[in-house]
Design a binder for this molecule. Structure first.
Ligand code: CMP
Length: 137
């Protein structure tokens, strides 16, 4: 069925000038942009978005990283886009992510406390609707 997913180009992707490349790769696979904006996160938004990670050792570095610069937030649409985007993004750690994926081709380990991995994608239909509500309230 037609799904929607929240995609974030994180501050590392925006500051490295990879926004266009990343959005282009998602569009080239065949998904369509339903919503798109550049934003600065707030701690409140991040505590909602990353509710499952509050209290983990990487949470504070994650928040600092996500507050460090602009983010591009998008809603992409298409059949099975949630699974399709996660496959396109690659695994969490860019070093290990397969070549051919966004993280595998464009990311690396920068030796900092939090994985700077260029993009976020919702992991389920429930997360997608919850996250879209947070970033596109
Ligand atoms: P994402 O999956 O979008 O959301 C949680 C983020 O936390 C993840 O991307 C990484 O940026 C970061 N992250 C997850 N696990 C770790 C970890 N073990 N160490 C450092 N950063 C992590």
């Amino acid at each position: 069925s037609v799904e929607r997913t929240l995609v974030l180009v994180k501050p590392d992707g925006v500051s490295r000038g990879l926004t266009g490349t990343i959005l282009s790769r998602i569009e080239a696979k065949g998904y369509t942009i339903a919503e798109l904006k550049q934003v600065r996160a707030t701690r409140e938004v991040l505590e909602e978005h990353y509710a499952e990670h509050v209290g983990k050792p990487f949470f504070e570095p994650l928040v600092e990283f996500m507050l460090s610069g602009p983010i591009v937030a998008a809603v992409f649409e298409g059949q099975r886009v949630i699974e399709g985007f996660r496959s396109l993004a690659g695994t969490t750690e860019p070093t290990a992510a397969a070549p051919g994926t966004i993280r595998g081709d464009l990311g690396r380990d920068w030796g900092v406390k939090v994985q700077q991995n260029l993009v976020h994608g919702s992991d389920s239909a429930e997360s997608a609707e919850r996250e879209i509500g947070i970033w596109f309230a």
